[in-house]
Ligand binder design. Structure first.
Ligand SMILES: [Ca+2]
Length: 158
């Protein structure tokens, strides 16, 4: 009987520790209050194109050519990390999908670094983050960047 009691106690303690460690993990995520888009990426200035709000950090990101499918090749950077490298875009019927977890609550960003402009300048990339759509445009001189705000932390686009 005493062993059973100890087991129950251990199980309870274990659940408590798991609960505490999960809480700490969520607490350690920074809440960025303002845009973190750097002034340049890969040696090119970033043009800030706008801001969108999403519900959660872990998302599915789809990309495709927003204009005529003309061979645009893209690199997509999120918070300093290349999440798509040197990808030739197809049309909306054949998007490329990546799963990504934004590192911050509040402000994050995605940026388009053009590897070319295709047959028709500029490089145009439609992006859908869990269904929230926007368009990034870039050329060989300037990147296109978008603020991405994970809501729920009293931080909004404006
Ligand atoms: Ca193009």
């Amino acid at each position: 009987m005493k062993n059973l009691y100890n087991l129950k106690y251990l199980a309870l303690l274990f659940s408590f520790l798991v609960f505490v460690s999960c809480e700490e993990e969520e607490d350690s995520v920074t809440v960025e209050q303002f845009s973190i888009i750097p002034s340049t990426l890969n040696g090119r200035p970033n043009e800030v194109l706008g801001c969108v709000e999403i519900d959660q950090r872990t998302v599915s990101i789809e990309v495709w050519d927003h204009g005529i499918i003309d061979g645009d090749i893209v690199t997509i950077v999120a918070n300093g990390t290349e999440i798509i490298s040197t990808l030739e875009l197809d049309g909306p019927d054949n998007p490329t999908t990546v799963n990504y977890t934004f590192t911050n609550n509040g402000f994050n960003y995605v940026a388009l670094v053009a590897q070319n402009e295709g047959d028709i300048p500029p490089n145009t990339c439609a992006v859908s983050i869990d269904g929230t759509q926007f368009v990034l445009g870039a050329n060989l001189e300037t990147n296109g960047a978008m603020n991405i705000v994970v809501t729920g932390y009293d931080v909004y686009c404006n």
